[in-house]
Design a protein around this ligand. Structure first.
Ligand code: FUC
Length: 807
């Protein structure tokens, strides 16, 4: 099943034709026959802090460099003393059904106040472009560039002037630097000139050091404050050469290498965000460390650390061998009309690759850009949107056996609490308890409502983050961790318990004011789009889930009995799910007419996915209503919206429909005829296009594929719950389920053949009888087990293995 294709390289020297072949696994490789013509064709590399994207240019190469903490802006207090004063009026208008009027008051008074201290929200910024001029003017043959996901290394290879040139690019975790290794088949033939460029806030100097010449880029970003400086950063570029004739010299703000046999370009960087005033020293020190170590050993060391994460899980799907031989950009172009089932395996493996490249414990969570950016002003400030985006970024973390990559988001959430407490009081009054975060945040702990209440009023951003804190527990079962996060969960619940109000029509307890993420509706015959409402379905689901998780945590920890009783009483008063006359799940308390029935957000289906209040088994009627909602919304939408829909259909057990959405996610973001017109879908480098490029869709898609193959949300392990006809055979390895077990599954002819389960912290495992199977046999491992008609229960101690055969 493991398909290999050959990167065939023809070397033409004076009519001698040689083929040098390298074997590459198509499930784990992106590959191309020409250099990237735009950034969205370049290949991403990262170690969870530093990121680089080389374009593989022949005579001139641009390598886009990023550092995840490089942010403009600063912390600031956005408290608006007016807001809480107007809250009774806003609520009264909502009670009277005057949503439009309530919204008008909010636009005036329920918005963040310009901080007195100065200070701006800021933006995540790309760090710099590294330009490399190679002295390559001869004819070029056999050009290939590829990204080996299993190594975490990208390559460029071609022949010219009787030479074979190979470049390998990687970002070392061990040395915490970016490396480009240059080799040529003939000695003395590596010539290059390096320079650095940044649009703004960057100065480049050339320094002489014991190791030779270094380029230095440094700067201070604008933070809008007079009392202290903005983010400071420094980056260094140095080259190690090998060869008797090799020379390194300084140019005009550039570094020149002549006649080397082999060379390593090393780039280090640090910011004051992580390092305080020691940022320059840190960046220089990282470089020193590399120069004191063995260069030939660098790559193997980097690959080993990468594989410690990457190799934990993988997916293979039996594919079309012909399609698998094609360059990735061509596979994408053909995918809508030609069968290429294993492209989904590559997409899945790439999703895990992207996540482990863009965050790591101690770093920041991946933002809208992951950690890659080619501009100083990134779209939507490259921030952390809390009404779907940053959460979607983390959907593959636990199921993809990368649990520790959830930790940066968990730490980040803890950091929001203090500012969220201030925001709660400032905007919701002195009686407001706990903490709140609205629909977006940044590295400066912004928790206030967004400046446009239509989208900025959603106040369940923090509650949704809490779902991630709880999810990490479900996969790890660590009591000390639960103790640590309990105050954060409780604080979020206290906010809602103290600020929700009883709406007059049904007497339900609701958030007010709020909005259902970014969607708008009409009130009566008025043609003004309105967003502001009470108790949108998503809020009700999130609050119900949060309160439930706090009660469950309190029970597990043996604390807060009285408080749990209060929560239980409140849960009873939350609005129930409502089904409209037409049969779809209602997004709001009232069955308002949406302005756009095809709106990209499908927030009211949170309870279906990623939540678990609606399921085929437990709430079939509501599941049917979700299906109606999805039919009505349609299969379009921006990148991440399509990705989310894969997950919904997977939860509804409809593999073919999920696959249809996967296809739509993979729609080429542009055609070769029209390369600058970017639409929704997927770029040649498999980056998701909102448009523009936005990383969340990749992870939403990764999670969608995973949900199609394995689910565990309702106390059961469900093998192949939504397998499409197109994926008739395949193998998944190392996927995680709630309770901490690890699962491998092999299937053929659309049916599970074998599963290997390795026990987690929860010893009892219930496995649903997979579709088309009637018998299961434990062929290895004498574990306790029992059967019912519907499931198979196995007692499996932690780390013990059971091999199951299905018929
Ligand atoms: C949310 C979405 C947009 C976009 C932005 C970054 O606001 O509604 O589609 O993804 O985040």
């Amino acid at each position: 099943m493991k398909r290999k294709f050959l990167v065939s390289i023809s070397l033409s020297i004076l009519s001698i034709y040689t083929v040098c072949a390298q074997s590459v696994d198509s499930n784990h490789t992106l590959f191309y026959k020409s250099p990237a013509a735009q950034w969205e064709e370049t290949l991403p590399l990262g170690n969870g802090r530093l990121g680089m994207m080389p374009d593989g240019g022949i005579n001139h190469e641009t390598v886009v460099l990023s550092e995840i903490s490089l942010w403009g802006g600063s912390e600031a207090d956005y408290s608006n003393p007016e807001a809480a004063k107007y809250l009774p009026q806003i609520r009264r208008l909502l009670f009277e059904g005057k949503n439009k009027e309530a919204q008008e008051v909010m636009y005036e008074h329920f918005v963040p106040k310009k901080p007195e201290s100065g200070g701006t929200y800021g933006t995540f910024q790309g760090m710099a472009d590294l330009h490399i001029d190679y002295n390559c003017t001869g004819e070029v043959n056999g050009y290939t560039r590829w990204l080996d996901l299993s190594e975490g290394v990208a390559y460029t290879r071609y022949q010219s002037d009787g030479n074979q040139y190979t470049r390998s690019y990687y970002v070392s975790r061990d040395k915490d630097v970016m490396v480009i290794h240059l080799q040529a088949s003939q000695p003395g033939s590596i010539d290059l000139q390096l320079s650095l460029n940044r649009k703004e806030c960057g100065t480049v100097t050339v320094e002489n050091n014991a190791d030779g010449v270094r380029l230095k880029l440094y700067g201070t970003l604008d933070n809008g404050r007079a009392d202290h400086d903005g983010m400071k950063y420094a980056a260094y570029v140095a080259v190690k050469t090998i060869g008797s004739a090799a020379r390194r010299q300084a140019g005009d703000r550039s570094l020149i290498v002549r006649q080397a046999d082999e060379a390593w370009i090393v780039i280090s960087a640090a910011t004051s965000y992580f390092e305080g005033n020691g940022y320059e020293q840190k960046a220089a020190g990282l470089l020193d460390k590399v120069f004191a170590s063995s260069f030939p050993a660098l790559q193997a060391e980097a690959v080993k650390s990468h594989q410690a994460l990457y190799n934990r899980a993988s997916l293979q799907i039996q594919g079309n061998p012909e399609a698998e031989q094609l360059p990735t950009n061509e596979r994408i172009l053909r995918f809508q009309t030609n069968e290429d089932p294993s492209l989904a395996a590559l997409y899945y493996n790439y999703g895990r690759y992207l996540l482990l490249s863009s965050t790591r414990p101690g770093s920041l969570p991946p933002n809208l850009q992951g950690l890659w950016a080619n501009d100083v002003q990134t779209p939507w400030n490259g921030d952390y949107h809390l009404n779907i985006n940053v959460q979607m970024n983390h959907w593959p973390a636990e199921q993809g056996n990368l649990s520790e990559l959830h930790l940066p988001l968990i730490e980040f959430t803890k950091q929001l609490v203090k500012s969220g407490e201030q925001t709660a009081k400032a905007f919701y009054g002195s009686d407001a308890k706990g903490w709140v975060a609205h629909m977006m945040t940044n590295v400066w702990q912004f928790t206030a409502p967004g400046e446009h209440p239509s989208w900025g009023a959603t106040n369940t951003g923090g509650a949704w983050l809490c779902a991630h804190l709880w999810e990490h527990y479900l996969y790890t079962g660590n009591r000390a961790y639960l103790q640590e996060i309990y105050p954060v969960l409780k604080g979020a619940s206290e906010f809602f318990l103290s600020t929700m109000v009883v709406e007059p029509t049904h007497g339900w307890l609701v958030t007010a004011p709020s909005s259902s993420p970014e969607n708008t509706f009409y009130v009566g015959n008025d043609k003004t789009p309105v967003s502001i409402c009470m108790g949108p379905t998503m809020d009700n689901q999130l609050v119900r889930e949060l309160f439930g998780n706090v009660m469950e945590s309190a029970k597990l920890l043996g604390i807060d009995r009285e408080y749990s009783k209060q929560l239980a009483a409140a849960v009873k008063k939350l609005p129930p799910h409502q089904i409209s006359k037409e049969g779809y799940l209602m997004e709001w308390l009232e069955d308002y007419k949406e302005v756009d029935v095809h709106h990209r957000h499908v927030s009211h289906l949170y309870g279906l996915h990623p939540g678990n209040q609606i399921s085929l088994i437990n709430t079939p009627e509501l599941a049917a209503a979700c299906r109606q909602t999805l039919e009505r919304r349609g299969d379009g939408g921006t990148g991440w919206s399509r990705a989310w829909k894969i997950n919904f259909w997977a939860r509804l057990g409809d593999g073919n429909r999920a696959y249809k959405l996967f296809k739509s996610l993979l729609q080429p973001a542009y055609t070769p005829e029209n390369p600058t017109q970017h639409g929704s879908g997927t770029f040649p480098n498999l980056f998701c296009s909102h448009p523009p490029f936005q990383m969340d869709g990749n992870w939403g898609g990764t999670s969608g594929i995973s949900e199609m193959l394995l689910q565990s949300q309702d106390g059961f392990i469900n093998l192949l719950p939504a397998l499409p006809d197109a994926w008739s055979a395949g193998e998944l390895k190392g996927f995680k389920v709630r309770g901490g077990a690890t699962v491998d599954v092999t299937w053929s002819n659309g049916k599970v053949k074998q599963a290997v389960v390795t026990g987690g912290f929860s010893k009892k495992l219930r496995i649903r009888m997979p579709a088309g199977c009637t018998r299961v046999q434990v062929v290895q491992g004498k574990k306790q087990y029992s059967f019912t008609k519907k499931y198979f229960e196995l007692t499996l101690p932690e780390n013990e293995r059971a091999e199951l055969k299905f018929q």
